[in-house]
Design a protein around this ligand. Structure first.
Ligand SMILES: Nc1ncnc2c1ncn2[C@@H]1O[C@H](COP(=O)(O)OS(=O)(=O)O)[C@@H](OP(=O)(O)O)[C@H]1O
Length: 360
């Protein structure tokens, strides 16, 4: 059985359906019953619970669907991103976005209220707003904007994101235009940075438990459950092999760009100039040596706009006590298996191996 949506609301659908029913009645012993759609959907979703979540597609991607659109709906002004910075959180994704946006041929989405400038769309709180809302966030993109970029730093480890994102933005597997960027930082630094981020936001667990205590708790510990959410948010995004592997289920390696977050922090000029080449952006009238400046008080590079140095807000690059040697070595052991798996995966798909991973 099927339903009318499968025919894209084609006018022939009624005719096909009607005759299909007549055929079944005449030539089979099947007992056809009419069931209310709601009951039917309950039966269906009990059987296929994974399909309960809707998937938004790009209604303009398929010629046949475009032809069936109502006259009030147009595909003429559809602007969608062709570059997504997927995270993970605390790896320098905001700096990467701000550096990219310096290029005259790059733009990004409008600021989204309540989402810390991030779209939080694919698998996030805004997904229910649908395709119309998503594409309307990019309407300001002009013809000279060769790259339209969106950055949401927790896309990287959200298990549903690659599927939802590829369904809307990469519906034709022959479309190799869309690029996905992930920053690969030492997972120990990333975990510790997230812990410090939550602490600075007065998270009750992060302020109550030291990182040493938080990361050494074992199941069975009376405080394990109550602290587990924070621990998982610190640790899990750093299972890089698992997450990159999932992205590779939906995108070929040629569409994925992995950036060494440490190299980016120390020498963004070189990384960004290479990125312009990878993204086919013009380099004749723009280079990063004259658009970025190292700011010693901050400890990283900031942008130069109209002659003025502009660093990211106070929430990026906060001062906090460096991680202790003992905690670093404990977390290094924790991640050893994951890091070895990542090294293998990067070699298999011929990605560059970040410097910090060479010891594994
Ligand atoms: N150039 C430059 N400017 C600002 N910040 C930089 C830069 N390069 C790297 N970093 C480090 O990036 C860390 C924040 O990462 P994200 O922007 O990905 O964080 S977020 O997940 O979007 O909140 C943040 O980590 P912490 O220092 O641990 O807070 C920054 O140190």
């Amino acid at each position: 059985m099927t339903h009318q949506q499968n025919y894209g609301h084609d006018r022939l659908a009624h005719y096909t359906f009607h005759n299909e029913v007549l055929f079944l009645k005449c030539w089979t012993n099947l007992n056809l019953k009419w069931v209310e759609p709601e009951k039917l959907s309950q039966l269906y979703f009990n059987r296929f619970p994974q399909e309960q979540n809707m998937i938004h597609l790009n209604r303009c991607a398929d010629d046949r669907h475009r032809k069936m659109l109502s006259v009030n709906v147009t595909c003429d002004n559809i602007k969608l991103p062709n570059l997504i910075i997927v995270g993970p959180q605390k790896t320098g994704t905001s700096a990467l976005l701000s550096f990219l946006k310096l290029h005259p041929n790059v733009t990004s989405n409008l600021n989204v209220e309540g989402s810390f400038e991030e779209m939080q769309f694919f698998g996030g709180t805004n997904y229910k707003k649908g395709f119309e809302w998503y594409q309307s966030q990019f309407l300001q993109a002009a013809d000279n904007h060769q790259i339209i970029v969106e950055k949401t730093a927790n896309y990287f480890d959200n298990p549903v994101t690659p599927h939802l994102l590829s369904s809307m933005l990469n519906p034709d597997s022959k479309n190799h235009e869309l690029k996905i960027i992930a920053m690969i930082a030492d997972p120990v630094d990333r975990a510790y940075s997230w812990y410090q981020h939550m602490r600075s936001h007065n998270d009750s667990i992060a302020t109550k438990y030291s990182p040493e205590k938080l990361f050494s708790m074992l199941p069975g510990d009376p405080e394990y459950e109550v602290t587990n959410r924070l621990r998982q948010r610190c640790l899990k995004p750093g299972f890089y092999a698992e997450h990159v592997d999932r992205w590779l289920d939906y995108f070929p390696p040629s569409q994925i760009i992995l950036i060494d977050a440490k190299a980016f922090r120390l020498n963004p000029t070189q990384i960004m100039d290479q990125l312009l080449i990878d993204l086919n952006l013009p380099t004749s009238n723009f280079n990063y040596a004259t658009n970025l400046r190292y700011v010693p008080e901050k400890g990283f590079y900031c942008t130069i706009k109209k002659g003025k140095t502009k660093c990211l807000g106070a929430s990026k690059g906060r001062k906090y006590i460096p991680i202790s040697d003992s905690l670093r070595s404990q977390l290094n052991s924790y991640y050893a298996g994951h890091n070895r798996a990542l090294l293998k995966l990067l070699n298999r798909y011929k990605f560059n191996v970040p410097g910090w991973l060479l010891n594994f």
